[in-house]
Structure formats: C-alpha cells, structure tokens
Design a protein around this ligand. Structure first.
Ligand code: SER
Length: 318
C-alpha cells in the first residue's frame, strides 16, 4: 500500500529538500507539504500544500484525517541561536508540536513518525571526541533541552504506546536550496554564499571551532533510509547519533580557497561561540551504521565543489 505523508515545517532548510525527494519517491499527490506560510512557492506548486501552525493540534489532526495520512515528518522547530533569544517560544513550539504528533499517532491511523533531534542534546560534560550513542547529555541551550526531552518522550511513546517514532541527531546541515534559520552551524552555509557573492566572509565562530557537519544529500538519504528500515532492526527509539564530516571554519575556508584562491575569511565570534563550544566535535555513529547500514557519501571537498557550483549558477541566473 502506498504511503500518505504529511510534512510539518516543509518550507524550512531540511523540509524543502525532504519534501521534494519524498514527492519523487511516493508521488506528489501522496506527499502533503505544510508550513505556517507559503514562502516556498515551488513546494506550493508541486503538490498538495496546507497552511498549518505546528502548535495547533486540531489543524494537524484535521489535515491527517482529510488526507488519510499514515506517516508524519515533524520538521518545524526553533533552532539553537534563535532559541537563546526566545526561550519560551522555542519550548512552546518544539515541545507542543511533538506532543501533538505523538498523541495523534497513539492508537490512530498514523503508523510512523519522524522527528529530528540534534547534536545540541550534548553539552560541556559530554565527551567531545567520538561522542558515543549513550553518554552524558547535559545540554546548556534551550534548543538542546527541548531535543533531549523530546528524545525521552519519543522513546516513552514507543515503549508504552507502541508508536513507531524514529529520529536522528542531525549535525550541522549544509545545503544550497533553502537557507537555514537561526542555528549555530549556519556559518557553514553562509560562507559559501558570501564566497560567491563577495569573495570574503566574517565568521561568527573562531578559526579552530570544530563541529560535526553533513551535506544535505546525505542527511536526506539518512532520513529516508531510517524511515524505510524494518522496525525490528532499530535498537534506538530515542534518537540515533549520525555523522559524516567534522571541520573548523579554517578548514572550510581552505577548502573554498582550492576553488576560489582569492577568498578571504576573518573571525568575529559572538554569542554563538559558547553554544558551539558546548557541543561535540565528532560523533560515533556506529549504532546507526550497524542497525540500518547508514553510510555518508560527501566529504568536505566534494561538498565544497557542489555548493560553489550550485550557488554560482543560482547567483548568475538571478
Ligand atoms: N544546526 C543546528 C543548530 O545549529 C544544530 O542542530 O542549531
């Protein structure tokens, strides 16, 4: 039987590309995109689209009923940097949207739920290198707290109510389609845009800040592979560690310089430095690799090539 999918927060950085890929796989008419506004006209025009505020239980419920939804991807969230500016809004959106979807999935026709977690669940007391799947999680950001608590609730709903909820702890995600919004890892996207537009970039993290990162194609593949994996293979129902590459702002600048030798970077760390310093620099994702054969494809230079090529076209065409 074919799947009927709802994506909440479809116009965001990950939602945009996830929706496009899911429409390719399952057919546009089976993938309902939703967001609080219609800012992404490509998505609005390429299949069913609904305006849904992720905090509105009835709006989600009605949409699931109207379209016979069996799978929900909940991608709406306030990220780490925005969460520090608006702590209560981050708590409200990130937690309530999750409860709405988990409660709807409990004993309903919704068979599967995807909910992203993040490296932000870790904190300064977590081992920084090769952070294990099971380890100390004492996050110091509001965003990290919402993701850590959310993971506990996902596992709880799976154990107590049999909800088939699946999750990944995304690292920083780099992409050239929709911009990320309000994250600490956003510099690794902005830098490519500025390299093309102005040939220089002032980075809000310091030169040696090493963080786990991933190219969007790998993140989308991981998400879809996890959702397609047989339920009995999954040993983790909180959220899987997921890793691809680790680099510093200096590394990414050097990678850009191999393509644009005159590129210049300067550093002006702001409040996001403390957030970055509280996160791991590399992640051990062997449990994901063993349970559902996760493998990444892009390293830093391969990603740089695609980013500069695609953004080059985008800015030339506009
Ligand atoms: N990219 C996110 C952030 O920086 C981490 O999940 O907030």
């Amino acid at each position: 039987m074919s799947s009927r999918i709802l994506i909440i927060g479809a116009c965001g950085q990950i939602g945009t590309e996830l929706t496009t890929r899911l429409r390719e796989i399952y057919g546009a008419e089976n993938v309902i995109a939703s967001d609080i506004n219609t800012r992404n006209l490509e998505l609005v025009n390429s299949g069913p689209f609904e305006i849904i505020d992720a905090k509105n239980f009835n709006a989600i419920k009605d949409c699931c009923k109207n379209y016979n939804i069996d799978t929900v991807y909940l991608m709406a969230a306030l990220l780490s940097a925005t969460g520090e500016k608006y702590p209560m809004e981050a708590w409200d959106l990130n937690m309530n949207s999750l409860f709405h979807v988990l409660n709807l999935a409990k004993g309903s026709t919704i068979k599967k739920v995807y909910w992203p977690s993040s490296i932000a669940v870790f904190g300064p007391t977590t081992p920084r290198e090769n952070t294990p799947q099971h380890t100390i999680c004492e996050p110091t950001t509001v965003y990290g707290i919402t993701k850590q608590v959310g993971e506990r609730w996902c596992e709880y709903y799976h154990e107590k109510y049999g909800v088939d909820v699946r999750s990944l702890r995304y690292p920083g995600i780099i992409s050239h389609k929709a911009m990320p919004g309000g994250g600490t890892t956003d510099y690794a996207v902005e830098i490519y845009h500025e390299a093309i537009k102005t040939g220089k970039y002032e980075c809000f993290l310091s030169e040696q800040t090493s963080l786990p990162m991933m190219f969007m194609d790998d993140a989308i593949n991981a998400t879809i592979d996890l959702m397609r994996a047989p339920s009995e293979n999954l040993s983790i129902r909180s959220s899987y560690n997921l890793s691809a590459i680790t680099f510093t702002p200096e590394d990414i600048a050097n990678s850009i310089k191999t393509e644009i030798p005159e590129f210049e970077i300067s550093y002006q760390p702001d409040f996001r430095q403390a957030i970055a310093d509280s996160w791991p620099s590399s992640i051990d994702d062997s449990v994901a690799r063993n349970d559902w054969n996760w493998q990444h494809r892009y390293d830093l230079n391969a990603m740089t090539k695609v980013m500069l090529e695609e953004l080059g076209k985008k800015y030339r065409d506009n």
